[in-house]
Design a binder for this molecule. Sequence first.
Ligand code: GLU
Length: 571
Amino acid sequence: MENYNDLSKNNLENPMNLTPEQKKNKQLAEHLFPEELLSIESIFERYPKRELPKDAMVTRIAPSPTGFMHIGGIYMALISERFARQTNGVYYLRIEDTDKKREIEGARKIITESLHEFGLDPDEGENIDGVERGIYGPYKQSERKDIYKSFIKHLVEMGRAYPCFCSEEEIETMRTMQEELKVRPGYYGIWAKYRDADEKNVEEMLKQNKSYVIRFKSLGNNTNTFIHNDIIKGPLELPENDLDVVIMKSDGLPTYHLAHVVDDHLMGTTHVLRGDEWVSSVSLHYELFKALDFERPEYGHIAPINKIDESGGKRKLSKRKDPEATVSFYEKNGYPEIAVIEYLTNLANSDFEDWRKSNPDKPYTEFQLSFKRLSASAGPLFDKIKLHDIAKEIIVKMRAEELYKKVLDWSLKYDPKFWGILREDPEYWIKVFSIERGGSKPRKDIAMWSEVKEAFPFFIKEKFIKPDWSNFISMLSYDEIKNIINQYNEVFSFDDPAEKWMEKIKQIAAILGFAPDTKRFKKNRDSYRGHVGEIAQIIRFAITGRTQTPDLYQIMQVLGEQECKKRLTLK
Ligand code: GLU
């Protein structure tokens, strides 16, 4: 009886115990993989079960190095990282570089740098320093070729995988025929040409060195369904897989399907959180896990970030059409990384917004992300205004020194001229950034570092050009304006405290027949030419070239006496 059990569990060690079928499969496996491969047992020994607290989640992100980072990749990394950290688990990075055609030089660096920038360095896998951490590696699939081969060979031995010699043209012809016949596309049932190929035939083709792939032999029935309980999407009724999909390509590298199952098993992933384009592969993955006798992880399929497009419809953020789809967009514009992260947290769980309001000073990491609140079907909508609001809230809380440092770092890369100006006089710029910072009503006008120069051009003394008064809308003539500015310049004293400074403007207003405040003006419009605000506005325009600025007194204090006097001289 024991012997029987062993046999049924594919004990292929002792050739004496093999059925003719098993013998045939073993021979085929040897033929396909004559090289010395690692035994399955030795692989399992290399990947011990993780010892973690009971509900700890092991999550990962598994990007392919295709040369750019989609903001959706950061969104998924954030979700994976949060769940792992919230449960004292592990979040790791696996580079899925088995598709050599799509790989781009330097792409791994883009991945590790982007993760680093957003505070999402993995616990295991390659880090920003190029060094891999963790004992479950290698974390780069191209370095795991032999491991996959051992498992593929194992599947062949068990009669669950076989070589397929179809050329691309043959597959194409099959597809066209299926289309014409209006049947389900794919390599299954009667379409699976090499599934039960004659042994001799196969041997002959191998002898001739014909190129082949290895396909999984599915035992599923497409008319049967089963329930997949997705931790994000909930229960889904799916048809069983019956496709004999390719698990090893002709270059000897595995396809995503095989590599996913082997890696997530060996690396101890408890929760596979990935894009929902993979839902349609779940049946296949269930079958692969079963065929390899691996315990299946939980799956959570994340809906992609959407946007409202030009025609008013909803669609996925596209790297081709939408600049905001790539991480470099956020860098170039200079959004604080933490603002992007908080925004993405809010896209994941929209109750983050309320939490943030009630916990303005806590780090976002204290917010508990929940699977239930992730959108199950339609993905969340990208909304730049919301992102800006979050960014402004974050920037407004920064101290001037911190803001200075951020803008300096950003401009080194994206605006070197401005960098030179900022670096020359840190003290001056910190004073600039201190204007209306802190206090009960701080100014919330900046959402990204690229807006800083635009918000304060009048502080760049060497670049300041005397304003063009033809742009200044006023009932007063230029001569009168000139007169006001010259009069003010005479009484202006840099050492005046704020009240006295205001008093002097009011005095000029009174002399010229303007009301000292709006209240009095409104009560008695006929007795005045206007009110003091209009006089202050003229001074503001002379000093800054703008009609809207932060507090003028503070601006003048930062600019200094000499500069103010210079700007108050009109010819
Ligand atoms: N390399 C796959 C992709 O980029 C990863 C999917 C997964 O997370 O399993 O889509």
